[in-house]
Ligand binder design. Structure first.
Ligand code: SAH
Length: 253
């Protein structure tokens, strides 16, 4: 069996119980070496083969999986992806090639780095009357974006926005977000290596974004988070409001 496993954002205790159990039993682990915390591999069996996918092509990854599977029905292959595999994980292309070969696989979710960043910031992305929508996106770089998802168009909603893979394009991010509709003083944060021991948080306003990134030499493994959820104004939630009746509780008169 082949398992696509979310490794979580960095802290080795943030992998799921299931993911950890599979890692302990795996005969082959292919992990995304550039982002996955290698300490997660310490509990693998001694004879487990460990490959770093940073140096491999898609075809090489699939070949390694197939060869391991051919060794016997009881073989366990773990493809370890950073955060949650469904976000910029490039798992679809792997699953499609496995389907072609009628090989079975399962996906084990993980804690995405955007959740790790909220925890690091001690913030809630969805505040009543501030934003009830979270946009996960990226800036176009060497990988193009669908034209309808251009950053300034997404910015028109002024919702909570989490921008992956884009710290090296910070100036452009800043300009497009302001052009799209966010105020220049919209609060922003850059979360570097959320949940890792070397985690760092930088806060400021949108018009300072590229300056903060340049000044602190942040070049990778960081998220840009944008929105008034980082501010101090919001309404209390109805769910816990004494005057609000819902399925489980009568309003206190
Ligand atoms: N599947 C991953 C995202 C992979 S794309 C997830 O769910 O988190 C890689 C990008 O994710 C990085 O460029 C960076 O923007 C972000 N990232 C991954 N881990 C991070 C972390 N611990 N802290 C901040 N950003 C992180």
């Amino acid at each position: 069996m082949i398992y696509f496993v979310g490794a979580g954002p960095g802290d080795i205790e943030l992998i799921t119980v299931k993911g950890q159990r599979l890692l302990k039993t795996a005969d082959l682990v292919i992990y995304a070496g550039s982002l996955v915390n290698p300490a997660l591999l310490n509990e693998c069996k001694e004879e487990c083969i460990i490959l770093d996918s940073a140096m491999m092509t898609l075809e090489e990854v699939i070949k390694a999986m197939v060869e391991e599977e051919m060794k016997g029905e009881d073989r366990v292959v773990v493809r370890l992806h950073t955060g949650d595999p469904s976000i910029y994980g490039a798992i679809r292309e792997q699953m499609d090639l496995l389907d072609e070969r009628t090989l079975k696989y399962e996906v084990v979710p993980g804690v995405s780095s955007f959740c790790g960043a909220a925890a690091a910031l001690k913030k809630e992305y969805t505040l009543p009357n501030v934003s009830q929508t979270v946009i996960l996106t990226r800036m176009e770089g060497r990988t193009p974006m669908p034209p309808k998802e251009e950053l300034s168009m997404l910015a028109s909603h002024q919702a909570t926005m989490i921008i992956f893979l884009s710290v090296s394009l910070a100036k452009e991010v800043e300009e497009r977000l302001i052009k799209g509709g966010y105020r220049e003083d919209t609060p922003i944060a850059i979360v570097y290596k959320a949940t890792w021991p070397e985690e760092k948080i930088y806060k400021g306003e949108l018009n300072q974004l590229s300056h903060i990134i340049a000044e602190n030499h942040i070049t990778k493994t960081a998220l840009i988070v944008v929105g008034d959820f980082l501010g101090d104004t919001y309404e209390r939630s109805k769910l816990y409001d004494p005057g609000f009746t819902h399925m489980f509780r009568e309003a206190i008169k």
